[in-house]
Unconditional design. Structure first.
Ligand SMILES: NC(=O)c1ccc[n+]([C@@H]2O[C@H](COP(=O)([O-])OP(=O)(O)OC[C@H]3O[C@@H](n4cnc5c(N)ncnc54)[C@H](OP(=O)(O)O)[C@@H]3O)[C@@H](O)[C@H]2O)c1
Length: 324
């Protein structure tokens, strides 16, 4: 099979296409013929080993010292089940599925992937295409995980920062579904996009700093890690939530202090692997409450161009990499 291999840490050119053996399955595994995967901000960060200073050593242990240990990147996929192990009960051959890969082992940048039936896999929502399903699980589950923690009530004011990215576009739609009044923060060119997916208000962060405005919020969700923590929490109502999808050690420390000594609740860290949340995401998709936003679709042999684009930090929604 063909696989995109990250030969060392570095610029997008370190990615190359190589032949690799098709994975073999054991009794509880399923073999997925990959239809499509994505390029996420996380993939580009691992490829370039762009890790906060405090995590550099731990990051090398986890990911590999000179080059990635698990050198087939890719965190999510959609595809069709080609074979199942003898003890598999949850899926059958021919099922269309979408899945998140197992943490730092990645592996979705390949024509075939082997997963355990109890991994983060669901059957594809009926009302979306396989291309859309490929980019549902990572951004969608991240947005849902954080917004579920904030227990949003109808009419609450929610600000989504980085609203035009993958996590951001799902977050706008999910917060709206929960009944919130949604303010989306993005650049001017993305205001029509965020309004089209449900934002009630949009702020261009180049011309307007929301932390300098009078308006306050019940929830501020920074999906891209670019808010100023101390200024942002001042815009929260009593008992409000500050959600942070990007783990920076210093910010995490400030978040713990703030949560301990004030009524503000700060939530960061890594999304947990909760299959029930994946089913909730599927239900929201099938109810047409959310729809994956696709920016550009690349063929797998255009992977270098796709990574270069995501490196630009200008992607809107999601970038799809097609295998079939
Ligand atoms: N905690 C977890 O478990 C978890 C899980 C998944 C992802 N993540 C992290 O979440 C982050 C977001 O991922 P993503 O895939 O949603 O990112 P993304 O799609 O790559 O983000 C791109 C978006 O960021 C916006 N942006 C760039 N600079 C900005 C700025 N200064 N202010 C506001 N927006 C800006 C851009 O909008 P404009 O062009 O309009 O500026 C663009 O639409 C990543 O760091 C990822 O690693 C965390």
């Amino acid at each position: 099979m063909k696989a995109i291999v990250c030969t060392k840490y570095g610029s997008p050119e370190v990615l190359g296409i190589f032949n690799r053996p098709k994975p073999s399955i054991s009794k509880n595994d399923i073999l997925i013929k990959t239809h499509a995967t994505s390029v996420t901000a996380g993939d580009t960060r691992v490829r370039a080993f762009r890790v906060p200073l405090a995590f550099k050593l731990f990051g090398k242990f986890l990911l590999g010292f000179k080059k990635p240990k698990y050198n087939i990147l890719g965190m999510e996929l959609s595809g069709t089940i080609e074979a199942i192990g003898e003890d598999v009960t949850k899926f059958k051959v021919g099922d269309e599925v979408c899945a998140t890969m197992n943490g730092h082992r990645f592996g979705a940048y390949a024509q075939y992937c082997c997963l355990h039936e109890n991994d983060m896999i669901i059957s594809k929502p009926q009302n979306i295409s396989l291309d859309e399903a490929a980019v549902l699980s990572l951004g969608g589950r991240t947005a849902l995980y954080f917004l579920n923690k904030a227990n949003i009530q109808k009419g609450q004011k929610v600000l989504i920062y980085g609203a035009s990215g993958s996590v951001g576009t799902y977050a706008v739609q999910i917060a709206k579904y929960f009944g919130a009044e949604v303010t989306a923060v993005c650049s001017l060119r993305n205001i029509p996009l965020v309004k089209s997916i449900g934002a009630d208000y949009a702020i261009d962060y180049i011309s307007t700093d929301f932390t300098q405005q009078k308006k306050t919020y019940d929830v501020i969700f920074d999906t891209v890690g670019f808010t100023n923590f101390c200024k942002s929490v001042k815009r929260l109502n009593k008992g409000g939530y500050y959600l942070q999808a990007v783990a920076e050690p210093l910010i995490n420390f400030k978040m713990i202090i703030k949560s301990t000594f004030s009524s503000i609740k700060c939530i960061g860290g890594t999304v947990t692997r909760d299959i029930s949340e994946f089913y909730q995401l599927k239900k929201l998709t099938e109810e047409n409450a959310i729809k994956p936003i696709i920016d550009t679709t690349f063929n797998f042999d255009q992977i270098v161009a796709a990574h270069r684009y995501v490196d630009s930090l200008r992607k809107r929604g999601n970038v799809v990499i097609k295998f079939n």
